[in-house]
Ligand binder design. Sequence first.
Ligand code: C5P
Length: 238
Amino acid sequence: MREHRPVIALDFPSFEAVKEFLSLFPAEESLYLKVGMELYYAEGPEVVRYLKSLGHSVFLDLKLHDIPNTVKSAMKVLSQLGVDMTNVHAAGGVEMMKAAREGLGKEAKLIAVTQLTSTSESQMQDFQNIQTSLQESVIHYAKKTAEAGLDGVVCSAQEVQLIKQATNPDFICLTPGIRPAGAAVGDQKRVMTPADAYQIGSDYIVVGRPITQAEDPVAAYHAIKDEWNQDRNERNRL
Ligand code: C5P
């Protein structure tokens, strides 16, 4: 289930900025691109149709969380855009996740956010009034996500092994917070290199600024991709 292309977070404010960034890559290179709230709310579904028309894969990261019927209808619309993967908040509940699956259909992958990585354990305990450890809450949400028939979760690379043990080895773990050795960490708190993410069993890595803000984004992308596929590259050489 492992995706060999790192997913590039297109955290840009406009269509123009996206086009400029993509023009750096050869036209025949098929990329896996993450469209988040900023870009989607600025440019709407047109940006997704555009990326798909260029032959790219799209992860639409809108983190839906509403009543089941509303989420189901929204997912129906997203499925018509041809997205390859999208997501919901597991906190919306099993009924909501099942409704999301029904609306989206089986063509696209559907994953859930458990606890946001910006949430600390004390915040979770005080504000959400959940009296367990953060890790237990993440595992609980991951199990419920699997139960609802979703394909996986967004999680920190540190949680991958526990989540796979608690669900099944095919349950997708998509991990942001990836930094090649020596790269600026920015506002990410717990980071992991692409090679380490590979070792611990991440299925997808999401990388934003180390590629989008690099002096040479194409070179940065390929360096990260090579590191992410290191073992496979070595096997292929044997
Ligand atoms: O630039 P950077 O590599 O930190 O970007 C990571 C991307 O992954 C951003 O789009 C960010 O919103 C997203 N993300 C994250 N942590 C999560 C969920 C999503 O960094 N837990």
